[in-house]
Design a protein around this ligand. Structure first.
Ligand code: ADP
Ligand code: MG
Length: 397
């Protein structure tokens, strides 16, 4: 895969960058700006090389129409604030490839950054029709001389600004994409052992393919979060009103049989009568969940056991919170696992949007972990062993 340095002298060149700036925004206020921060090094590098930097990105799911609810304007503002100390000016175009974008590109000076409006305002971006995507890719390509793919969170998408445009311009992977791929390689090719994978989150069905692929590679697979209850039920236990995916029971039974003691389940569970922050929480044995309650976190014994497995590992991949961390009473398991990850002497990786949000919300610093992936879906698909279109296209000439 080509790097930015392989693109030659970029002074005066118009460089189109696909970034992932898809941050949570409520009432014009940006929540976790981790993805914007993660995109900075590539933009700074290109700017310092004298390039005219044109950034295309998406926000949310506007479904192909210009909906101000999904404007990237607040992101442009934040980007400007973050790049100001570097002396880099950020402009914003009010359309994707239209008059505003075209004239802004013409006026762009060397070293400046221009963010184009939400690329998903254009229905061709996500079109299944290749000819449609191709048209938009042509329009994007016409704005630039070279393309840099740096939006790791979207490289599993066959979309105009990710995939098709890369075929139209000389291209390279940005630093963020290279760093993410480097880490994912370490998780799948000859990981340092013991290799512990911690999976949680809401649904087993989201993570089945990952379990499938990593079961063969990992030494231990610790299961927490909402998916635990499908495992406990598969073992024949009562799970009360907990999250349960009946249709996955057979597959999960198969994993349990195949895995032997590789799969580690919690031995105690924090339960409550209701899915509410102040619902009275108690700890019960994992095989004794009351029929009228639901499990909202792994229990303290399990948290300790999981933390010990994690802290002793040389490679750890963690995806999915251990409980409903958004409510303080059910954040204990997630906090214990996060803390243990910070104590790992080898490689510790946090993947998944909610998991990354969880560690930040619980007060951990990003650099306490070996790597926090910016791409939940993309990293999971990579770990499933799938080919990601946005990476494959970068391997082409
Ligand atoms: P990620 O984005 O890190 O991949 P997921 O999207 O799979 O994680 O899951 C995150 C969600 O799972 C969180 O909102 C959390 O509240 C929820 N969750 C965790 N444990 C439970 C549980 N026991 N019951 C219901 N939801 C849970
Ligand atoms: Mg999620």
């Amino acid at each position: 895969m080509k790097k930015i340095d392989d693109l030659g002298d970029l002074a005066g060149q118009r460089v189109l960058v696909r970034s992932d700036l898809n941050v949570p925004i409520k009432n014009d206020v940006i929540g976790d700006d981790g993805r914007i921060r993660a995109s900075l090094p590539t933009l700074v590098k290109l700017s310092k090389a004298g390039a005219k930097v044109i950034v295309t990105a998406h926000l949310g799911r506007p479904k192909g129409t210009a909906n101000p609810e999904f404007t990237l304007a607040p992101v442009a503002k934040r980007l400007g604030e973050l790049l100001q100390p570097e002396g880099i000016t950020v402009h914003f175009a009010s359309d994707v490839t239209g008059d505003s974008a075209q004239s802004a590109v013409q006026e762009l000076d060397e070293g400046e950054v221009l963010l184009l409006e939400n690329v998903r305002y254009d229905p061709r971006e996500e079109s299944k029709d290749e000819a449609q995507r191709d048209q938009l890719a042509d329009e994007l390509a016409a704005l630039a001389d070279v393309f840099v793919s740096d939006g790791f969170g979207v490289v599993h998408r066959k979309q105009a600004s990710v995939y098709d445009v890369a075929r139209k311009l000389p291209h390279a992977a940005g630093g963020l994409v290279l760093a993410e791929v480097d880490v994912l390689k370490k998780l799948t090719e000859e990981p340092a052992r013991p290799y512990v994978v911690v999976l949680g989150g809401a649904k087993v069905s989201d993570k089945l393919a990952v379990i499938d692929n990593l079961l063969a590679k990992a030494d231990k697979l610790l299961i927490g979060g909402g998916m635990v209850f499908t495992f406990l039920k598969a073992q024949g236990h009562e799970v009360g009103k907990s999250l349960l995916e009946e249709d996955q029971l057979d597959i999960v039974r198969g994993y349990l049989k195949e895995a032997g003691d590789k799969i580690v389940l919690p031995t105690d569970i924090v339960v409550a009568p209701k899915f509410e922050a102040d619902s009275p929480a108690t700890v019960v044995a994992a095989d004794a969940i009351p029929a009228d309650q639901l499990g909202l976190d792994i229990g303290p014994d399990s948290a300790k056991a999981f933390a010990a497995e994690v802290a002793a590992a040389k490679t750890v991949f963690w995806n999915g919170p251990m409980g409903v961390f958004e409510m303080a009473a059910f954040a204990g398991g997630t906090k214990a696992v996060a803390q243990a990850l910070t104590e790992v002497t080898g490689l510790s990786v946090v993947g998944g949007g909610d998991s990354a949000a969880a560690v930040r919300q619980l007060g951990f610093a990003d650099d306490a972990f070996g790597h926090i992936s910016t791409g939940g879906g993309a990293s999971l698909e990579y770990l499933e062993g799938k080919e990601l279109p946005g990476l494959a296209v970068l391997e082409e000439d």
